[in-house]
Design a protein around this ligand. Structure first.
Ligand SMILES: Nc1ncnc2c1ncn2[C@@H]1O[C@H](COP(=O)(O)OP(=O)(O)O)[C@@H](O)[C@H]1O
Ligand SMILES: CC(=O)OP(=O)(O)O
Ligand SMILES: [Mg+2]
Length: 411
């Protein structure tokens, strides 16, 4: 391919993260983030990594994801990296829900877009933003291949015993109710990188991956294939998250509706946006929660303890699912940065062969590293995730194959 650049868009419910990469050498040319989309106080942070590389920041209302992407395009253009560049080979989109249909990265056409739209009810915070990103990018560069890389794809290898809920089969099948799992691009990248860190082939390694960002999920990966994961039909199930409850008795919902008088939409908002850490203590940022814990704040302490208790339960559960565990890998904003979370999650699990070395755990860095003591039977690792690089690589590989096919068809 003559053009070697890929723009990666990761649209969240109120944010847009992006990276422009040159796949000839996997170099980042620009990275950035638009936060608080839809509010008065939106903020765009853009860092060109060519030339002087100085970060630029712009604040002020950015109404929606379309406006956000247009603002990003303007920033890129100001650095001579505009979307009109002939060097751009493709745009790679993170798409959160791909259902069961999409097990691989996919070139987006109208039918693919319609399927992503059909899945909006099961990823209401994420898929709408992904769709706006795709539509806007298509309008800006209709000639370019747009590729969807699905959060759900890595989890499609889960056995039925892990993927099915114990509800009436006909009802479940009619409404396609099952565990899909999310953050798959990260779970795939991190499990593979953990195997590399251990000096082994992915096929030979069993790993528990703990992706702890604002959204959080755990997965059990056996020999490079996902065998279970904590998120379910939607990204609401499982671990305690920044604003999401994770697991609860489904009857809580009936109770809140019947006795509490809340509507289904109110309960949806409650569990997705006003629960988890923010619901428990008013903050969803682990840095702030740790600061409060260190000052003796009881509410923050309880929120932290609930977060850790849930995490520990999943470590135990996935240990049992895998039977043999070679490593546990912490990743994403909390997993990569919050040493107290890592220490507390593993505390007391020495009988399972798990331990964290205090000094190694305190080291900060961008490289994958082990934080378990030499004697530990199960290695504990911190593995910075790189969803954007993974999306760019998959996008670039697919576009290469796509072009090759078109060339062959033309001949
Ligand atoms: N230095 C840090 N210490 C503790 N937690 C941190 C630190 N930096 C980031 N975080 C946590 O990481 C979260 C964001 O993680 P990230 O993976 O970027 O989430 P998302 O992709 O879901 O937006 C923040 O909300 C915060 O809780
Ligand atoms: C699927 C999901 O929860 O994604 P995020 O962590 O980006 O919100
Ligand atoms: Mg994330």
């Amino acid at each position: 391919m003559s053009s070697t650049r890929v723009l990666v868009l990761n649209s969240g419910s109120s944010s847009l993260k992006y990276q422009l990469l040159d796949m000839a050498d996997s170099a980042r040319l620009a990275v950035g983030l638009v936060e608080r989309i839809g509010e008065e106080t939106s903020r765009l942070k853009h860092t060109p990594l060519t030339g002087d590389g100085a970060e630029r920041e712009r604040t002020g209302p950015i109404a929606d994801h379309e406006a956000a992407l247009k603002a990003v395009a303007a920033e890129l253009a100001a650095d001579g990296l505009g979307l009109d560049s002939p060097e751009l080979a493709a745009i790679g989109h993170r798409v959160v829900h791909g259902g069961l249909k999409f097990t691989e990265p996919t070139v987006i056409d109208d039918a693919v877009l319609a399927e992503i739209e059909r899945l909006v009810p099961v990823a209401p915070l994420h898929n709408p933003a992904n769709i706006t990103g795709i539509r806007t990018a298509r309008a800006l560069r209709p000639d370019l291949p747009q590729v969807a890389v699905f959060d759900t794809a890595f989890h499609t290898t889960m056995p039925e015993a892990a993927a099915r809920y114990a509800i009436d089969v006909a009802t479940a099948d009619q409404h396609r109710v099952r565990r899909y799992g999310f953050h798959g691009t990260s779970h795939a990248y991190v499990s593979r990188t953990t195997a590399e860190l251990l000096g082994k082939a992915p096929e030979d390694v069993n790993v528990i991956v703990l992706h702890l960002g604002n959204g959080a999920s755990a997965s059990a990966v056996r020999g490079g294939r996902c065998v279970d994961t904590s998120m379910g039909l939607t990204p609401l199930e499982g671990l305690v998250m920044g604003t999401r409850s994770g697991d609860l008795d489904p009857a809580v919902i009936f109770h809140l509706a019947r006795v509490g008088g809340l509507s289904i939409d109110e309960i949806d908002t409650l569990l997705n946006k006003k629960s988890g850490l923010i619901g428990l203590c008013g903050d969803n940022d682990m840095r702030e929660i740790r600061r409060r814990v260190d000052e003796g704040d009881e509410q923050a302490r309880l929120a932290f303890d609930i977060y850790i208790h849930r995490l520990k339960k999943y470590i135990g559960a996935y240990y049992a699912v895998l039977g043999r565990v070679d490593a546990i890998a912490f990743t994403a904003g909390v997993g990569e940065n919050a040493a107290p979370v890592r220490a507390a999650a593993v505390a007391g699990l020495e009988e399972l062969g798990l331990a964290v070395d205090g000094e190694l755990n305190a080291v900060r860095g961008d490289e994958p590293r082990l934080i378990s003591p030499g004697y530990a039977r199960v290695k504990v690792a911190v593995v910075p995730t790189d969803e954007e690089l993974e999306i760019a690589s998959q996008t670039y590989a697919l576009v290469g194959r796509h072009e090759e096919r078109l060339r062959r068809m033309g001949n």
